[in-house]
Design a protein. Structure first.
Lengths: 282, 248
């Protein structure tokens, strides 16, 4: 474990991600600022809001043609932007981990689930094969996979979406990260499976005292899961609030997002729609 | 009330896998009927079987009093049209909106194509400015509007909707759901709509069927579902899950 520094786990100040396109530069993220302790932070927005690019920039997975700049982007006091890519790679998967949306695409299709988990562990820690296997099995059990020995040898196409996502969580947690970035971790799953996966994630994050960034388009889901929520629109943060105070959201975009979803038992015909104002993106 | 669409004991088998295990339902004229279930429940397969896109092993389907044969004829497609989930995949990437809308008209031999295209685009709130654009020049919501215009242009009486908004952002979803309700009211259409989202189904439909593993679990009215007056545990689970995450 790292030195216990006094500052926040993650400090982001004026983060910008710029993509060169045929028609000029496009800023996907335009000056995002926040800090994160050992808490659960939700980043919510619609497609194109820059929420995923924010997560990727922190992780160091921005596409090579894009440019990332920030006044400050530090993890546990370490400046991420000036860090050589070798060191950054050592950090990734070890102290900072990321769960992606769809296990169908983000797991290696030609490697058994167990081998993928062992690979992650042995990349970051010097452990024997036997010990790595033991720890991978224990991790599979921790994500509530009933028969870890059997699942260890299965390939990703042989398991369901929910099981694949649990395997991915196991893989991401095995090196004991301090910061977890989860980008739409349950959007590809059925609703009932979604809750199982969220329960597992919730328990593990709490037990291990990790910081979590939960990126999602679903404002309601995020606010039921996180302590704090950042709402993004057109690459900017339009509102930051405590999840418990979502009902008092002030920005018309946040309110619009909350309102436009059909809800069981609240009949509204037609549904209220968002009246997008150009000044929100200004 | 007459049945616009009735499905009787329909079974669909892919190789040896029974995707639908004898499902029956009846949709009244002008009604909006929902199919809910998780992935693999057979809800989309049922819709595709009606449209003639899935192999029916047994059972029968009747549309407006006419029992369907093995092959769907042209008359069927004038009565029944479908809107698919993914507007990125269901529009031809190298055809303009105009070309996309002309195709059904050409197949069915309509003469007044020009006027119909204008009217259809107008009806879905796009206007003539979109006529010569390609699918990649449109947003997801605009694409789904084109797909709805393409379905409406033949003036069908029944629309099959397969998760028409699940690929869209929440705010765009609201716009498309409102549009669907409006055209249904104006044209007195019958809807058969598939969704995994109970809230969308209760918003859009009067009655619904809950499906699991290729079978019907139960049939409910929207108000029964809203009032939690359900008899099956599976439906109760779905309802609980749709209320979101609750920390234990």
């Amino acid at each position: 474990m790292s030195a216990q520094s006094k500052g926040p786990l993650l400090d982001v100040d004026d983060l910008r991600v710029t993509f060169p396109t045929r028609t000029g530069l496009v800023q996907a993220v335009r000056g995002v600022t926040f800090s994160l302790g050992r808490e659960r932070l939700g980043i919510v927005g619609e497609s194109g809001s820059g929420k995923s690019q924010t997560g990727r920039a922190i992780m160091g997975l921005t596409a090579p043609q894009a440019e990332v700049s920030a006044k400050k982007l530090s993890f546990d006091g370490i400046d991420l932007l000036s860090m050589p890519s070798r060191q950054r790679r050592a950090l990734r998967g070890n102290r900072i981990a990321m769960i992606l949306q769809d296990p169908k695409y983000s797991l290696d299709p030609v490697m058994s689930i167990g081998r993928q988990i062992v690979e992650t562990l042995r990349t970051h820690e010097r452990v024997s094969r036997a010990e790595a296997r033991e720890r991978a099995l224990a991790m599979l059990e921790a994500v509530q996979i009933r028969d870890p020995k059997r699942v260890f040898d299965l390939h990703p196409h042989e398991v369901s979406g929910g099981m694949g996502q649990r395997a991915m969580i196991a893989m991401m947690l095995i090196a004991g990260p301090e910061l977890m970035i989860a980008d739409e971790p349950t959007s590809a799953l059925d609703v009932t499976v979604q809750l199982d996966v969220l329960n597992i994630l919730d328990r593990l994050v709490a037990e291990r005292g990790m910081g979590l960034i939960f990126i999602s388009h679903d404002l309601r889901l995020v606010s039921s899961f996180c302590d704090r929520v950042i709402v993004m629109y057109a690459g900017k943060v339009v509102e930051q609030l405590k999840a418990s105070e979502l009902r008092d959201a002030r920005h018309p975009y946040t309110r619009g997002l909350l309102n436009c979803m059909p809800r069981i038992g609240f009949e509204r015909h037609p549904l209220p729609v968002l009246d997008r104002k150009p000044e929100w993106a200004a | 009330m007459t049945a616009a669409l009735s499905v009787d004991g329909v079974e669909v088998i892919f190789d040896r896998f029974r995707a639908l295990k004898g499902v029956s339902l009846e949709v009244r004229e002008g009604e909006s009927y929902g199919l809910v279930g998780e992935s693999g429940s057979g809800k989309s397969t049922l819709l595709r079987a009606i449209a003639g896109l899935a192999p029916i092993a047994s059972g029968s389907i009747t549309v407006n009093g006419k029992t369907l044969g093995k092959k769907r004829d042209k008359g069927f497609y004038r009565e029944v049209q479908m809107v698919f989930q993914d507007p990125y995949g269901s529009l031809h990437p190298r055809q303009t909106v105009d070309r996309l809308l002309q195709e059904p008209l050409a197949i069915h031999g309509f003469a007044d194509g020009e006027k119909r295209i204008e009217r259809a685009l107008d009806e879905v709130g796009l206007g003539n400015g979109f006529r010569f654009r390609y699918a990649h020049q449109l947003s997801g919501g605009q694409r789904q509007r084109v797909a709805i215009a393409r379905a409406l242009i033949l003036e069908p009486s029944i629309l099959l909707l397969d998760e028409p908004t699940s690929a869209l952002d929440a705010s765009v979803q609201a716009e498309v759901l409102n549009l669907l309700e409006e055209v249904r009211r104006r044209r007195k259409l019958t809807f058969l709509m598939v969704s995994h989202d109970l809230a969308i189904i209760t918003h859009m439909c009067e009655r619904l069927m809950v499906m699991q593993n290729g079978e019907a679990v139960e049939t409910l009215t929207a108000s029964q579902l809203i009032g939690h007056r359900v008899s099956e545990d599976y439906t109760r689970n779905l309802l609980r899950a749709s209320e979101g995450f609750v920390r234990a």
